[in-house]
Design a protein around this ligand. Structure first.
Ligand SMILES: Nc1nc2c(c(=O)[nH]1)N[C@H]1C(S)=C(S)[C@@H](COP(=O)(O)O)O[C@H]1N2
Ligand SMILES: [Mo]
Length: 200
């Protein structure tokens, strides 16, 4: 394996015994799951915002976002509908890298991600402050395909994949938990695949 790739597929050891979480089956396909259609985006007007309980709210253009320090990781992907895909190569900016630039306030406890299609998803702050939570623009060394969330999506390999907003364009730091799109509709807020936290 390319040594520039950080392999984080062993993170399951923190959560369970097996790399394949209970009730999941492995697939080599990469199905597309979206609540609606794939949104259009324009690199000239696209903006990424970091708002809420931070010292510096950020607004980044596409070029500015792409200029942030990035890395490539080999990750597993677990969909709440029952399929898992091993060894996905994603390139992007880690959540801690972005959080450090914004300077997270002491009273921030939760995070809401927003996206171009109106999707939202939330996670406790501590579940986001991990190197594996990645804002990715490339998959397998190529631009992230639009139906998989291009230009930019979040990956949460320690959670079911609905926690990773495709077409992400905003992160809000919250002082109280709030629920995202699927979380309001009965899916688990914490979504740990090794505990089979599928529904709330
Ligand atoms: N913006 C947005 N992000 C989203 C979704 C969505 O509908 N819109 N679907 C979620 C769900 S339920 C899953 S399983 C994964 C699917 O990612 P994939 O289509 O790349 O397999 O994206 C998640 N992120
Ligand atoms: Mo999903």
């Amino acid at each position: 394996m390319n040594t520039d790739i950080s392999d984080v597929t062993d993170l399951y050891q923190e959560f369970g015994d097996d790399r394949l979480p209970p009730g999941q089956r492995e697939t080599t396909a990469f199905p597309v799951l979206s609540k609606g259609s794939t949104p259009d985006w324009d690199p000239d007007t696209w903006e990424f915002t970091v708002t809420g309980a931070v010292e510096n709210e950020l607004t980044l253009s596409w070029d500015e976002f792409r200029a942030l320090p990035s890395e490539t990781q080999c990750q597993d992907f677990h969909c709440v509908t029952g399929w898992s895909k091993f060894d996905c190569e994603f390139t992007g900016v880690t959540f801690p890298e972005l959080a450090q630039r914004a300077g997270v306030d002491d009273d921030a406890v939760h995070v809401m991600f927003s996206a171009l299609d109106g999707y939202t998803t939330d996670l406790p702050l501590e579940d986001c402050l991990r190197e594996e939570v990645l804002f990715a623009w490339a998959y397998d060394g190529e631009s992230l395909p639009a139906d998989h969330g291009g230009p930019l999506r979040v990956l949460t390999p320690h959670k079911y994949a609905y926690k990773g907003a495709k077409w992400v364009d905003g992160v809000e730091f919250l002082t109280e938990p709030e629920l995202g799109y699927w979380e309001k509709r009965g899916y688990s807020e914490t979504a740990d695949p090794w505990q089979e936290e599928r529904y709330s």
